[in-house]
Design a protein around this ligand. Sequence first.
Ligand SMILES: Nc1ncnc2c1ncn2[C@@H]1O[C@H](COP(=O)(O)OP(=O)(O)OP(=O)(O)O)[C@@H](O)[C@H]1O
Length: 233
Amino acid sequence: MSRAALSVRGLRAGYGRRQVLHDVNLDVQAGEVLALLGRNGAGKSTTLLSIAGFIPDATGTILLHGKPLRGTPHQRARAGTGLVIKGRSLFASLTVAENMTLAGLKPEALLEIFPELQRRLSVKAGQLSGGEQQMVAVARALIRRPRIVLLDELTFGLSPAMSRRVVDAVTTQAKADGIAVLAVEQHIHIAERIATHAAIIGEGTVRLHLRRDEMLKRSDEIEAIYLGRPVDV
Ligand SMILES: Nc1ncnc2c1ncn2[C@@H]1O[C@H](COP(=O)(O)OP(=O)(O)OP(=O)(O)O)[C@@H](O)[C@H]1O
């Protein structure tokens, strides 16, 4: 039995004949936030999508609290994965409350995490600001008390204040409910705020694992991986 909430070993995935991930290995413990860093096109989103079951040809071992995570995205969601992708995935023409109900959740549950959305429940999701949409998408994933939440660029396009609000909500909830979080990030300084640990992906594999306190100190090594240079690890 693996003690990690999420354990990934030997993950290989790609699109058609193009192999993007060659051998990805990572662990996320309950209550931890692991930031997945790497340059554009390194395969960060592909890693999340493979774990969530959207890349059917992906191979390797994925364990959720020691049990194999397999099957369709729906089956993996039922097993305890939550996914928040870029673009927020809300139905723009439905209200916030309807978006919650459609996901099988009580609209009011949203307010336990983001009480400031009280007056937005009856507003169409498409009329919310980007930050408000992200709040709804994140809350929808967290309220289900998943075992692992997969976040693709949580703060993409958000103002600094809104980013802080959303980041705080995720980290607080993850800690309180013992949810493991795997968060794709572009920027080290945001990762350093969100995450307890970081994994830096390059050449289709995780090249470096760091604790939060090492992220800024070892930014040269992270940069070298972004630039495709060799790193002494
Ligand atoms: N649906 C797809 N079909 C074909 N190739 C794809 C597809 N999605 C991604 N790719 C390719 O796979 C590689 C990895 O993409 P991925 O989106 O996982 O990278 P990323 O690290 O998340 O990048 P970014 O930081 O730019 O979002 C890229 O070269 C990309 O062009």
